[in-house]
Design a protein around this ligand. Structure first.
Ligand code: TYD
Length: 203
C-alpha cells in the first residue's frame, strides 16, 4: 500500500548522483517532508558481495552478477523502500533497477528480461537520469576524486551503459544535464520534483 513517493537517481558513474541526492534531501526536509536517503548496491550481504566483484569481476558470470543485484534489490525493497513508502515518506534512492537494465544490459543480458525480473520492485514516481558525456564523467572520477577506475568504470563500458540509459522509454524518466554546475543541476532537479510534490499534496 504505497502512500509516499519514490524518486530514483540514475546515470553512469561520476555524474554526481550522491551529491545531488543529498542536496535534494536537504531541500525536501526544509519543506517539512520526511525523507529516507538510501542506495544500491546496499550495505547488506548481497551488496557486500557485489563490492567484492569490483576487485575481481571475472569471478562470476554476467547472469550471476545480475542475480546478485536482483537479490540485493529484493532485500532493499522489503526492508527499506516498501516500509518507507507505506509510512508516507519520500524515499530517495541512489540507483535502482534502471541501473541493472543499463549496466547488466551493457554486459550482455536482455534489458527487457531485466525489467521483468524486477517486477517485484515498486515503480518510481520519478527517475532523475543524470546525463553527461562518459569522457567527462571519467575525467571527474579520476581527477576530482583522485580515484583510478575500477572494472565497472572503463570508458568504453560507460559509453555502452549510457546508450542503454538514454534508450529507456519509461514516462517516469526525466533527463537532467549533469555537466552544469552543482547548483544549476540541483535547480533543474528541484524543477522536476516540484510538480510531483504538488500532485501528491506535498507542496
Ligand atoms: P555506485 O553507485 O558507484 O556505488 P558506490 O558509489 O557505493 O561505489 O555503484 C557501484 C557500481 O555498481 C556502479 O559502477 C554501477 C554498478 N551497478 C550495476 O552494475 N547494476 C546495478 O543494478 C546497480 C545498482 C549498480
Amino acid at each position: 500500500m504505497k502512500k509516499g513517493l519514490l524518486i530514483a537517481f540514475e546515470g553512469i558513474d561520476g555524474t554526481g548522483k550522491s551529491t545531488q541526492l543529498a542536496l535534494l534531501a536537504e531541500y525536501l526536509r526544509d519543506q517539512g517532508l520526511e525523507v529516507i536517503e538510501t542506495r544500491e548496491p546496499t550495505d547488506g550481504p548481497y551488496g557486500r558481495r557485489i563490492r567484492e566483484l569490483y576487485v575481481d569481476r571475472g569471478s562470476c558470470s554476467p547472469e550471476e552478477e545480475l542475480d546478485l543485484f536482483v537479490q540485493d534489490r529484493k532485500q532493499h525493497v522489503d526492508e527499506v523502500i516498501a516500509p518507507g513508502l507505506a509510512d508516507g515518506k519520500v524515499v530517495l534512492t541512489d540507483r535502482y533497477y534502471f541501473s541493472t537494465a543499463a549496466y547488466q544490459g551493457a554486459a550482455g543480458c536482455d534489458p527487457n528480461a531485466i525489467f521483468a525480473a524486477n517486477g517485484f520492485a515498486p515503480e518510481p514516481d520519478l527517475v532523475l537520469l543524470l546525463h553527461m558525456d562518459p569522457e567527462e564523467s571519467v575525467r571527474r572520477i579520476e581527477q576530482l576524486r583522485g580515484e583510478s577506475l575500477n572494472d565497472f568504470e572503463q570508458v568504453e563500458q560507460l559509453r555502452r551503459v549510457s546508450r542503454f540509459f538514454t534508450s529507456f522509454p519509461h514516462d517516469c524518466i526525466v533527463t537532467i544535464d549533469a555537466s552544469a554546475t552543482v547548483d544549476h543541476v540541483q535547480a533543474d532537479i528541484r524543477q522536476a520534483v516540484k510538480p510531483l510534490l504538488a500532485r501528491h499534496g506535498m507542496a
